[in-house]
Design a protein around this ligand. Sequence first.
Ligand code: GTP
Ligand code: MG
Length: 318
Amino acid sequence: MSWLERLRDGLSKTRRQINDTSGALGQDVREVFTKRLDSIEDLEYALISADVGRAATDEIIEDMRKTEGGNLQDALMRALTLQLEPNARRAEFRKLGFAPDVNRSKVEPRGHVVMVIGVNGVGKTTTIAKLGQYYMRQGKSVMFAAGDTFRAAAGTQLGVWGDRLGIPVIQGSDGGDPAAVAFDGASARKARGTDLLFIDTAGRLHNKHNLMEELKKVCRVVEKADPGEPAETWLVLDAVTGQNGLQQAKKFHEATPLTGVIVTKLDGTAKGGILVPIVRELGVPIKFIGVGERADDLQPFDSQDFVRALFDVDIPRS
Ligand SMILES: Nc1nc2c(ncn2[C@@H]2O[C@H](COP(=O)(O)OP(=O)(O)OP(=O)(O)O)[C@@H](O)[C@H]2O)c(=O)[nH]1
Ligand SMILES: [Mg+2]
């Protein structure tokens, strides 16, 4: 299957769920068009229910009011796609009145070390496995560091993925110092000349303050082992947790500035609309989306394809 087919396949579950969920994006929004469009409140309600958020909903409605005589579903899809653009670009394109043609996130990491963070259970470790497979298929050499030493068996979980995918994993000891594992990982990557190192981190410690301090410390020691790294810090966010997850994301962003977000579990009960406030409020690009539990259930994020999939519109092969 091509990644486009996998996107369609993975998102079809989101789409089905969306159609099943009263008030969620999809069915309701489409119904607005098949009935009468002067029920702008219905559209408003559908967008808010789908977690799109107030600010974006207002802009979408405003953009759609400007559409005269055109195809309203196209107008809605374009307005939604625009809402998935980074803030500056969105403002620019809204002024011009059209959506950009190319809007796929740049997923090639800037440097060599990517720190992967997020609260417990969102899918960090699984996502690291998926990323490992993705970049290996792009011809990169990959390593992992099992920096979650807090949860027993977290290292083993990553080790199992490493064995399965043929990716070396730098391990620490359970309850050991995560910064030490990160240091070893960054040093080993540099010494071996491996293209990419992904560092797994704990999602929970005894309290929140400790977690943020620990993440900062991990960053500092990586910088010590390999100046300029980690060049990327990607936050993993579970789409199912919606607005709550977004509040947590802001806290992480304050502690360790993010360079990207990966939204997982879009195959589940998630409402796809949550991606809009994520882009808006964090101001960092969505790099990938997770649509299942297998290593290849990860897709580079493309806002146009995402919106097309939500509306069940054919995704052109490119
Ligand atoms: N359906 C679905 N499940 C996912 C996805 N990504 C991860 N999971 C599942 O979510 C659960 C938690 O994933 P982990 O990778 O262990 O999450 P984590 O963030 O590392 O969790 P902690 O290490 O406890 O902080 C596992 O059962 C994964 O298989 C996804 O995109 N879709
Ligand atoms: Mg984990």
